[in-house]
Ligand binder design. Structure first.
Ligand SMILES: Cc1ncc(COP(=O)(O)O)c(C=O)c1O
Length: 501
């Protein structure tokens, strides 16, 4: 066992960072450096609190957070231990030795959580953890017909290399499609990409250099955190509320840290479901303009609205040319065809095309033609209408099930679109990570909220994708989740008592 005096750390009692956060940082660093080895027992919370002359609740909170991040494990009656599967440095195997940490600590610390989330793929588990709509929505017969038509009419032309910018008729169709959302552009401003994910990655490669920092909302899309890690850039998360990124905090940050790129999802944000109102959209654009920053707008859920009024994308409101718009026909139609796009002005477009060509020469022409045909024949619009009707039904089922089965003091907002319910569990029970395995054992999975935070994780948050499940499964899944929470809350309060005493 490590005694309290072996856990040497200098705490800044007058600084802005709360003591329990400093404690988390120090203990995490000691685990990562190997000076606290796997299996080591930590001092009891009272002993450490007395030794450091801090409150016991700070230690309890720090231990709870580190447990939820997978660094520590607690065993009722025996104490708190460094988790067995934590290796020194937790380095990404893709990174060169001694490379600077590309993304801040919390983001690397979520790796065991991500691995845990794979457990939800077992048969019999109702998995609310994935990010895609259900395959039952995919228009398989229509695609078959479209592919046959294309192969008959275009033959080998559909199977060769395309222009790196994309298949010209699809670029024109995208221009018209985004035009209906209020975005004015020419087809020369459109670059076709391998899904929205590649669109985001290309923008990062084209605009941001290794070692630089970008701004995101906190929480944000996990795929952007992955891009940041692999491109070796840092992420600074600006806290968000139910209307998106906090403009006051963003302004404060930009005044002290000029930053080139701000990544946001203004409509039905992933994971929180927030929608940025019109006035905040305008404020954001003005702020970016004043500070010489570019906004990367991710519009992949923009059209998933089933209630409330349409709000134009940022790019449609942009009089200064500061917004790059990325989106795709994946979530709303066929994720596997991997068709996305970027709309940008010529100063970025040329560079993006070069980066795209270096990445993969061109997006498959057959897939581009299939999406083009579906747009031309109005299938996209039909599909969207049908999906949104069904998502609305499922959203209602999720809200009813949440009211019936989730703990009474759990919090959520009713989404007006998108696929996700973002839930905050009460603090007096298990964290989302602690609940995860018991929930899987009951037959339900979800996305652990911590993985979406670049800097300051919230251990009690979780994302539930109701859009991927039928109402009966939503009801059953939420019931299982509620039962898992109640069972665990009981044993959790016993463990917590052990830690505090
Ligand atoms: C916010 C957001 N952006 C981008 C993507 C990537 O989408 P695509 O399948 O179009 O690459 C996702 C997928 O989950 C997403 O949630």
């Amino acid at each position: 066992m490590f005694n309290a005096s072996q856990l040497a750390m200098a705490l800044d009692r007058d600084g802005e960072e709360p003591i329990y956060r400093q404690l988390i940082r120090h203990i995490r660093a000691q685990i990562e450096s190997g000076s606290l080895p796997a299996g080591a027992r930590l001092p009891a919370s009272r002993e450490l609190a007395d030794h450091l002359n801090i409150s016991r609740i700070s230690v309890v909170n720090a231990y709870a957070e580190l447990r939820s991040e997978g660094y520590l494990s607690a065993h009722a009656g025996r104490g708190t231990f460094v988790a067995r599967d934590v290796s020194p440095n937790r380095a990404d195997p893709d990174l060169k030795p001694n490379a600077p940490a590309p993304v801040k600590e919390a983001n690397n610390a979520d790796r065991p959580l991500r691995e845990m989330m794979r457990l939800a793929r077992q048969a019999g588990v109702i998995n609310f953890g994935q990010g895609a709509p259900s395959p039952e929505f995919f228009p398989v017969a229509t695609l078959r017909e479209a592919l046959n038509y294309i192969l008959e009419h275009d033959g080998p032309k559909a199977l060769g290399y395309e222009m790196p910018e994309g298949f010209a008729p699809l670029r024109a169709a995208v221009r018209d499609y985004v035009g209906a959302l209020g975005i004015r552009c020419t087809s020369n401003d459109v670059l076709i990409t391998g899904g929205t994910q590649q669109a985001l990655d290309l923008v990062i490669q084209a605009l941001v250099s290794e070692g630089e920092t970008i701004i995101t909302e906190e929480p944000t899309y996990i795929g952007m955190l992955d891009i940041a890690r692999t491109r070796r850039i840092s992420v600074h998360g600006i806290p968000s509320d139910h209307e998106g990124i906090r403009i006051d905090l963003l302004e404060q940050y930009l005044m002290e840290h000029p930053t080139r790129l701000i990544y946001v999802m203004p409509s039905f944000q992933n994971p929180s479901g927030s929608v940025m109102p019109l006035n905040r959209r305008r404020q954001l654009i003005n702020l970016a303009h004043q500070h010489g920053a570019t906004i990367l707008e991710d519009g992949v859920y923009h059209e998933f609205r089933y209630e409330g009024d349409h709000i134009p994308p940022l790019r449609a409101l942009d009089d200064y040319g500061v917004v790059i718009h990325a989106s795709g026909f994946t979530k709303m139609l066929l994720p596997g065809l991997r068709i996305g796009y970027v709309i940008s002005d010529s100063k970025h477009h040329q560079r993006l095309v070069r980066v795209k060509q270096a990445a993969d020469i061109s997006t498959p022409g057959l897939n581009q033609r299939a999406i083009h045909l579906m747009l031309e024949r109005g299938i996209m619009a039909q599909q969207l209408e049908r999906n949104n009707r069904e998502f609305y039904r499922r959203r209602n089922a999720a809200i009813e099930a949440a009211r019936r089965h989730l703990p009474p003091s759990a919090q959520w907002r009713i989404p007006q679109g998108g696929l996700y319910l973002w839930v905050r569990l009460p603090n007096n029970g298990p964290t989302a990570a602690e609940l995860y395995i018991p929930a899987i054992q009951k037959g339900v999975g979800y996305a652990i909220g911590n993985v979406f935070y670049p800097n300051h994780p919230d251990a009690y948050s979780m994302r539930l994708n109701y859009g991927a499940h039928r109402p009966a499964d939503i009801e059953l899944g939420f019931k299982r989740l509620g039962e898992a929470w109640r069972d665990m809350a009981q044993s959790y309060s016993d463990i917590e008592r052990q830690l505090v005493l």
